[in-house]
Design a protein around this ligand. Sequence first.
Ligand code: NAD
Ligand code: TYD
Length: 357
Amino acid sequence: MILVTGGAGFIGSNFVLDWLAEHEEGLVNLDALTYAGNLQNLASLAGQTARHFFVQGDIGDASVAALLRTHAIRAVVNFAAESHVDRSIHAPAAFIETNVVGTFRLLESVRAYWHALDAERKAAFRFLHVSTDEVYGSLGATDPAFTETHAVAPNSPYSASKAASDHLVRAYHHTYGLPVLTTNCSNNYGPYHFPEKLIPLCIHNALAGKPLPIYGDGLQVRDWLYVKDHCSAIRRVLAAGRVGEVYNIGGNQEKTNLDTIHTLCDTLDRLQPRADGVSYRTQMVFVTDRPGHDRRYAIDAAKIRAELGWVPAETFETGLEKTVQWYLAHQGWVQNVTSGAYRHWIGLQYADQDRPP
Ligand code: NAD
Ligand code: TYD
């Protein structure tokens, strides 16, 4: 079996569903079920307990060592993290606790387990750490996209905590020989995306008749990748990536936030037009910018393409269409995750705006 951490979150749950659809091999899913973790994402796996073994727990807990032994884990895929930049600005401590200290403790549990394996299993073992392009910092408008050798220069508490975890993973390979792989991916979107992030927040607000909040001038650039393409890249790196290497993952789909929201509104106008026939674009509102807001991210994915033959299946337009269709068909899921705690966050984050969403 493999161990997936954070497998009840956005990308982790997509990975778990895709893995079990495509592999005979089962997995252990370790997730603390923070506000971002949701077992409803995995509801379709009900009854598959032999292949999907869910454990509620913290990656930093010492009991992880026993979990590795009990299930004779052959690989770990580490998604577990605090993941939202705006939350890291309001309350950074949880990001240090999980992303830095938690990853360190997980590495310690894995190192002890790996050390005791026989030579063959030791050589075959993998620890794949899922990270972000945000560790590289911000690009100027005409700078080349991030390669794996780009200097690490994180700007938010979130990206700094992820960069720290990447460094720890690297150090465990160089110092102890732990067979690690690291992936740094661009912004994801797709099913089960928690509606605190730009795309699902705007789908939710658009349908609820609320403002679509655009930070600053809306000309910040993000390089969007459909979540299923991220999952296929991780499977490819796990299967064939060279130990100790870093692989950037991205779909070469750079968009300004304004372009992203325009395309989103146009897609909604087509698939679920407003009753009054007016475009959802009229709900866009410019709000105060995020402090320290990174201007541009862009991934150069030449290495994973050349070495591992990975290419994404979706463009931004095809992926966004699927995403909007998924949200329209899963309004019950959205209602469940936008309950009390969610409202508290939205109140906090958008409270000082002229027209809170
Ligand atoms: P998410 O916030 O949706 O999910 C995180 C999951 O981790 C949740 O299920 C949560 O319950 C769990 N978790 C949090 N702390 C934990 C702990 N201490 N122990 C065990 N489980 C814990 O995040 P996501 O968007 O799915 O991101 C997953 C990973 O991918 C993160 O490491 C993130 O940095 C990375 N990543 C995300 C993106 C993106 O666009 N979302 C892009 C690149 C990389
Ligand atoms: P987000 O989805 O939070 O991802 P990240 O900050 O990790 O890139 O934000 C994507 C972009 O959208 C980013 O430039 C911030 C911007 N944004 C808004 O303009 N309004 C919002 O309400 C949110 C949540 C984000």
